[in-house]
Design a protein around this ligand. Sequence first.
Ligand SMILES: [Zn+2]
Length: 241
Amino acid sequence: MDTAKRLPKWILALLLAFVAVLPRSDGFSAQARHFSSGCTSRQEIALTFDDGPNPPYTEQILDILSARGARATFFVVGAAAESHPDLVRQEVELGMAVGSHSYGHSEELARMGPDDFRQDLQRAEAVLAPILGKKPSLYRAPYGKTGAVILEELRRAGYVSIGWDIDSGDWDNNTTTEQIVENVLSRAHPGGIILLHDGGAGEGNPNRTATVEALPRILEGLRERGLEPVTVSEIIAPSCP
Ligand SMILES: [Zn+2]
């Protein structure tokens, strides 16, 4: 008798527990999806540029990309976008994707609680949304450091987290142009996400001459391999493994 009365509660509890671990109907789970690479049946690859906008390198990179009909994704720092909104506008006008790379690029972000992280996310969003004409949906954590707090806040705010699987090494100012080209082309594959920088928010040195010099050779090499540079959004989907 008692058991029979309690049974529905047990069933309810089990059902709730089961539903909590199920993926949401939109294909994303309780934490934002994190993509280190994309998935595509086409011969496509994604170039990403972090830490800008940062004159004159951002303009130089945009010139090189647009002259060659290549698309890329720029993960911009909110504070830098505030100083150079025209450069972000130019990125959008040239068909590039723009994602958030936090407001202040703080090393502390990964250790912050949800409230402080959310504050930084919203501050960047307040700068970017009016320029983009919509809320950004791509986020790259500074230094690539994500965690449960960050991923949960990103999901709540409607972002996906984007990492990389091809590190050009250009964040280290000792990396030569030659090495940047080699690091990218030796690891290039369909669905790959390439890490490059047009700014230097985290490392303090914003000189991106080596990256600018490497870019035409990278684009040439990718196309020799039959790989088309597209935006990150074009190679990620909830169905990616
Ligand atoms: Zn960065």
